[in-house]
Ligand binder design. Sequence first.
Ligand SMILES: Cc1cc2nc3c(=O)[nH]c(=O)nc-3n(C[C@H](O)[C@H](O)[C@H](O)COP(=O)(O)OP(=O)(O)OC[C@H]3O[C@@H](n4cnc5c(N)ncnc54)[C@H](O)[C@@H]3O)c2cc1C
Length: 463
Amino acid sequence: MDGSNQYQAIIIGSGQGGTPLSMALAGAGLRTALIERTHVGGTCINEGCTPTKTMVASAKVASLARRGAGYGVHTGDIRLDMERVRQRKRDIVDSFRNGSQARLEKTRNLDLILGEASFTGPKSVLVRLNGGGQRVLTSEQIFINAGARPSVPELDGLKDVPFLNSTSIMELDSVPEHLTILGGGYVGLEFGQMFRRFGSRVTIVDSAGRMLRHEDVDVAAEVAAILNQDGIELVMNATAERVTQTGAEIHLTVCTGNECRVLTGSHLLVGTGRVPNTDGLNVSAAGIALDGRGFIQVNEKLETSVAGIFALGDIKGGPAFTHISYDDFRIIRTNLMERGNATTEGRLVPYTLYIDPQLGRIGLTEAQARAQNRHIRVAKMPMTYVARAVEVDESRGFMKAIVDGVDGQILGAAVLGVEGGEIMSMLQLAMMGKLPYTVLRDAVFAHPTLAESLNNLFTHFDS
Ligand SMILES: Cc1cc2nc3c(=O)[nH]c(=O)nc-3n(C[C@H](O)[C@H](O)[C@H](O)COP(=O)(O)OP(=O)(O)OC[C@H]3O[C@@H](n4cnc5c(N)ncnc54)[C@H](O)[C@@H]3O)c2cc1C
């Protein structure tokens, strides 16, 4: 490869969209540069999906070990070795990251450039190289996949205390005695239950009246009940006012109206959302339009306001999931390399909250469907009706599907139950194939699988 700075494609950020896109473009013969400032693979592999799910797995083992006697299996004292939990996490992350990096380095026509990129114009990017020095690269096509990072809320005293975020909490080498978590979103809930299972006392604080505001009330209430049952304290309707530290204790003052109280813990996790990494990109030099929260504005083909510049993944706002970033890559590949006409319009956005039991979600909630004034029917069934769940003694939660009252098609589902993400995906397949619910109700599934519960679910309608 020649050493010139003129490329046919530049990708900023090796996230879940940018990495496969760089290989596809290079594979098509375009001289391609992939610029990454930290580590290959982006958030998902290094700080998000992969490490959290390895640690969720450790937490599950801890929980099962404690419950062993109920299955007739007696163990000794349950002790948590956080250094081993962390090492297992690090090993899996390293293997994913190194595999990804090796594939990139082997790809012909592709330069992996480690450094921080910022725009100097609509077709030019300055890279401050991690190893020192800088390069100015130019290309007619630039793809931004620079992701997001944990936000730091404006909270009095926060900068003076050693708070954790979703990345640093996974590097702890011992179990916090009492973990206070600010924010009851997926970060707060997944880490909250995980550390409770590791042995911490856990308090989750949120300013909303209920957790999981985007989910149906019954789903959110059941999640809250499950977390309470696990011994997690939920403090809702509580606005954080200030944080202070005395010795090893961190004090968080929270108020509900005029009533304030101080929550004291040994560690504080701030999980109040994520902000886009646009601030370091100097997007104004290229004229790229941002929305009010700093996310890059794109149309349904992921084109930014500047011709030839595209954005993929979390940095464009909208649902922030790995599979969405990957699908953004597919849209761009289809349109630019296969002369297709793919868009983000109407794509299904499944997701899973990795508490135990999982919450798998797809399509409309009941509340959304009712707000659209649709004629719907709701099928709902507790997991205690699922033979497989009872057999493995994992029968917390329920499953629920929203069905069109006229043609019987499935509009959405929430599966809060053991392997809820997998069952949700079965319902997603039915939605993709536009199958009416009756096909699932009457299908022959292997017994005793979790999947066969769909036979039964669709005999449990509200009307
Ligand atoms: C704790 C946690 C758990 C999560 N769990 C899940 C899950 O279970 N399932 C799921 O679907 N999603 C999960 N997510 C979200 C998921 O990680 C992201 O949606 C996904 O990584 C997509 O990100 P992306 O492709 O937009 O970019 P990212 O993966 O964020 O990658 C962006 C890359 O750009 C680099 N970069 C940024 N600025 C520059 C610059 N100026 N120059 C060069 N490089 C730059 C960054 O270093 C980074 O490597 C989780 C996230 C977190 C934080």
